[in-house]
Structures are given as structure tokens and as C-alpha cells.
Ligand binder design. Sequence first.
Ligand SMILES: Cc1cc2nc3c(=O)[nH]c(=O)nc-3n(C[C@H](O)[C@H](O)[C@H](O)COP(=O)(O)OP(=O)(O)OC[C@H]3O[C@@H](n4cnc5c(N)ncnc54)[C@H](O)[C@@H]3O)c2cc1C
Length: 339
Amino acid sequence: MEILTNYQLKSFNTFGVEARAAYFCHIKSHTDIKELFSSDNWNRPRLIIGGGSNILFAKDFEGLLIKNDLKGIKVQDEDTNHVLLRTGAGENWHEFVIYCIGKDYGGIENLSLIPGCTGAAPIQNIGAYGVELKNTFYSLEVFDLATGDINTFNQSDCKFGYRDSIFRSIFKNRYLILSITLKLTKKYHRYYTDYGEIKETLKNNNVKKLTIKAISDAVIRIRTNKIPDPKELGNAGSFFKNPTVDKVDFEGLRAEFPHIPGYNSEANQVKIPAAWMIEHCGWKGKRRGQIGVHDKQALVIVNYGGGKGKDIAQLAFDIRDSVADTFGIELQQEVNIIS
Ligand SMILES: Cc1cc2nc3c(=O)[nH]c(=O)nc-3n(C[C@H](O)[C@H](O)[C@H](O)COP(=O)(O)OP(=O)(O)OC[C@H]3O[C@@H](n4cnc5c(N)ncnc54)[C@H](O)[C@@H]3O)c2cc1C
């Protein structure tokens, strides 16, 4: 396996920022990983990357960056109603969704057009339009970076939450995800159309009979109109998570900010759209040289071209601080910052 040095990462992150990895390699098979594990290169600091759509390089990475290219989609098991489908962690997520729709396997159509690789999907339990990965997740296989063992995690092991899993907390950077297996429907698909503009878009698309393909097409249409395409405008989707607060605290906020939106979340918790708070603080559409906050999506920080990762990180911290000063709520970032 070839180890490249001083490698430019601009095309490996959707912000499109320039950064270098001191060492860089592609892994395409389990043999590649085992070879790497028993080489001297393993002793360097390591970072795994999929599609680079949830990562911000605020500086160069002085270790070994491992690009996961493990491919292959395989039926593990099936019965009349369900299929257990396994995908190599390096498959492109959206192409995987389209593959499933082609086979009429239901459950992930609402997650169409999310950038990145299948192996990163469980890390923040990707979600969109009323569906999260955890709804169809069955298991995943990992390579333990410390011991070289291969282990399996099931649904409850992963401790999925809102944009969260055990791989973002106690097991951060401990494992390389090799493959994930989803349990998808072959019959009696469950359609989620209540969220956002799905119903309206299905109507505009002249859909007479609901299918998973019709939902995917609607989601693709909505997302294409709303979310900037990283190929045209560098970004990593939502930079921050939507915070949740106690109902009592929310009432206090509402007394001060009568228009603040909130949605009932788990018991006694209210979820507040971070975008509203960021906009309220005056950030929406603000530009700082080659970077800024998107003029239609206050949660999305953009690189107009030539922006630096460290400046994007600073802008994010300034947004976080101003939201904290105004509302007393500290926003948690969704994007992984390499600093
Ligand atoms: C335009 C746009 C829209 C988006 N919309 C959504 C959305 O609607 N919902 C949503 O949830 N997310 C969204 N995202 C965020 C992003 O697409 C997801 O988080 C995606 O799962 C990241 O995949 P990736 O392969 O690009 O991960 P990367 O950015 O490459 O990596 C993300 C993190 O996972 C780690 N990692 C990656 N692969 C592995 C692996 N195989 N094993 C171990 N660790 C690994 C990395 O080290 C890093 O910490 C959006 C991003 C963009 C750019």
C-alpha cells in the first residue's frame, strides 16, 4: 500500500479548504488495514476520513490520514418482508440510498442526498426529514485501532441520540468502521411525509401513488433548492446541533424572546432551532472576506473560495459565543474540527 507524504486535502473536504496531511493512504481491503496496523506508520497520530463532509481542517494534520475506500454491498439475510443489507464503509451514502430504492428496499429514502460515506453515517446518526439512521440500523463491524481486533456493535451498543452515538463520545477515534448493516423493508414500507415540505413537494411532483422513489425524489428536490451544493459553495451542512432545554427554562426564554420557536422533544425538553438564534444574533448572510454565513441557511457556514479553515473555525466560535451571550445557551458543533 502506498503512503503518500505532505498530501493536499482540498478535494477531500467539502469546505474545500487547503490543508495537508503529513502522511496519507487509501484503504481498500481488510488486508490493507492489517498491513498498516503492523507497520511503523501505525505509530503516528491517525485520522480516518470518508467523504470529508463533516470535518473542518483548521490546520494541517501532522499524522497519518486514512481514507476509507472499503466497498461492496451484500445481502446478509432476508425473509419475505425484510432484508439485512451490508455495505462497505467507503460506499457513497447517496449512491447506496439510490441502490436501495432501485431494489425497492425501504427505510432510508428520506436520507437521500446526504453527502459522505456509509461508514460515517452511524457516527452522528445522520438524520433528515423525520428519519434517522438508527431507525433502520442493525449492526456494524469495527476494526479496533488499539488492539487490531474486529468487533460487532448492535443497535443498543451504539447509544444513538440526536446527531450522536458512542463513536462521538467515549469511543471517539477508537475504531475504524468497516461496514454497516441495515434492516430494510421489502414490503409494507412505512412512509414518512409529515416533515418539512415533503407533502407539498409530492403534490407539486404530481405523485398519485406513494412510493419510496417518490419520497426520495421529493427530498432530493427540496434539498437541491435549500442546501448549497458543496461543489459550488464549500460547506459542511449544519455547523451546529439544535439545542434542547428544560421546559421551564424555555418558558423563561419565551418571556424574554416572545418569538423564539421551540418543539417538544423528550420528556420535559424543548428543542430550539439553532438557526433562529443565529439569525436573531444578526449572523445570517454575514460575510468575512472569503467565508461567511449562508444567506438562506443560518446554520450553514460557507467558503466562497480560498477561505481558510482556521478562519471558519473562528467564525463558528464567534457565532457560538454571541448565541451564548444572548440566550445563555452554548451551541454544540456538529462538524468535527481538526485543530
Ligand atoms: C451539504 C451538506 C448537507 C448535509 N446534510 C446533512 C443532513 O441532512 N443530516 C446529517 O445528519 N448530516 C448532514 N451532513 C453532514 C454529513 O454529510 C454527515 O455527517 C456524513 O455522515 C459525513 O460523512 P463523511 O463520510 O463525509 O464523514 P467525514 O467528514 O469524512 O468524517 C466525519 C467524522 O467521522 C469519522 N469517520 C469517517 N468515516 C469513518 C469510519 N469509517 N470509521 C471511523 N470513523 C470515521 C471522521 O474521522 C470524522 O470524525 C451534511 C453535509 C453537507 C456538506
